[in-house]
Design a protein around this ligand. Structure first.
Ligand SMILES: Cc1ncc(COP(=O)(O)O)c(C=O)c1O
Length: 380
């Protein structure tokens, strides 16, 4: 069966010695726009492409504002700061996520709390969140959500749309509203994914995206903060650009800011990639349906988009019977030139987060042993 799978994947991509998990595709104006940026000499923070990229992203996802950053991790860090996460705060997130989600919480000197995911969405579970909040928290007279165990304020919640599959974001936002918890949506992997017709990243107070080389579109390295809140958008731009107060010739900074801006060169790449985004998502969905049909006949479940959502199928994933079958699958495919990867080790099992408070994590643990990502580069 393993050989059949490797043959199928190699057929899709045209057999090569080595097939990476997710390669970028540059089929449009990438070189033209980058050359224009070089010719203009505006290669760093100033230049037309940063603004153009921000405008294109805001329009595409349907948010009022978009602020480009150096990467998705810095976007998350700032997103959390925007909603007031600090050293006295705690932040709920899922244990099954890329490390950046938990790292960004730690950059704010806040503590993460890990709440389980759903097996069908792979993202934060609304029902587990509800029981966690009911059992472990109360809302005090100032309207703050207090964690009974630590007596600290739970300021934010970071749901993540795993591999582009959308979690039950409307239920999560409604619950967080009830407890006065700000939602910072980690939509790093879900550009081009929708829940009931609304783009991911636009449900929470703030949403973030990543344009790392392995994402649906790339700027080499880059990120974006999206929000409908004008004050937050202005603050995001200010603190990601060293908190410099506009002045014709003096350097005045009114707080400790960050050099988290996206360069004009990277944004030039981003603008060109945005022009291909719809095509890429369409092709990703075609590929996913091919996989779905193929795996139907095998004893391996292909992970499909959850109910009520349209996934960008950024990273295709299958579910093996158990850890032993998963390991055999990983070994065979990687030994035979087809890169596959297990899902992330749970955050609470990593040294830095081993003392973090956790809810019941049975779904995350179950998925951790079984999920494998398979080749997902856009097939043109
Ligand atoms: C879920 C998630 N959050 C955050 C990030 C961070 O993005 P970046 O690598 O651009 O810093 C990534 C991916 O890279 C991610 O997958």
């Amino acid at each position: 069966m393993h050989k059949e799978i490797v043959d199928f994947i190699q057929d899709i991509y045209g057999a090569k010695d080595f097939l990476p998990l997710h390669e970028p595709r540059f089929i449009g104006n990438e070189k033209k726009y980058i050359n224009e940026a070089i010719d203009s000499t505006f290669v760093s923070s100033v230049g037309k492409y940063v603004t153009q990229f921000e405008e294109m992203m805001a329009k595409f996802v349907g948010s009022k504002y978009a602020i480009a950053t150096s990467n998705g991790t810095s976007a998350l860090h700032i997103g959390l700061k925007l909603v007031g996460v600090d050293e006295n705060s705690e932040v709920i997130t899922q244990p099954l996520t890329f490390i950046a989600t938990a790292n960004a919480i730690t950059y704010c000197n806040a503590k993460p709390i890990f709440v389980d995911v759903d097996r069908d969405t792979l993202g934060l579970s609304a029902s587990k969140l509800k029981s966690f909040l009911e059992e472990n928290t109360f809302v005090n007279e100032n309207g703050e959500c207090i964690n009974k165990a630590s007596n600290k304020v739970i300021k934010a919640c970071v749901p993540m749309h795993t591999f582009g599959h959308v979690c039950k974001i409307d239920e999560i936002v409604a619950l967080c509203d009830e407890y006065n918890i700000a939602v910072v949506e980690d939509a790093a992997e879900s550009l081009g994914s929708y829940y009931k017709g609304q783009h991911t990243g636009t449900f929470g107070k703030v949403g973030i995206f990543s344009f790392n080389g392995n994402k649906v579109i790339t700027t080499g390295g880059g990120g974006m903060i999206v929000t409908d809140d004008e004050a937050l958008a202005k603050r995001a731009k200010h603190i990601t650009t060293t908190a410099k107060v506009p002045h014709p010739y003096e350097y005045i900074h009114d707080e400790v800011g960050y050099n988290y801006r996206l360069t004009n060169l990277a944004a030039a790449l981003g603008v060109a990639q945005m022009e291909s985004l719809e095509l890429f998502v369409e092709k990703q969905r075609d590929l996913a349906f091919k996989y779905q049909t193929f795996f139907k006949d095998l004893d391996i479940e292909f992970i499909r988009e959850p109910k009520d959502s349209t996934s960008n199928y950024w990273l295709n994933a299958v579910l093996l019977k158990d850890k032993e079958s998963r390991d055999a699958f990983l070994k065979y495919t990687n030994d035979n030139g087809v890169m596959t990867r297990s899902i992330w080790r749970l955050m609470n099992k990593l040294e830095m987060f081993k003392d973090a408070q956790c809810g019941d994590l049975s779904n995350a643990e179950w998925l951790e042993d079984r999920v494998v990502n398979i080749s997902s580069s856009v097939v043109l």
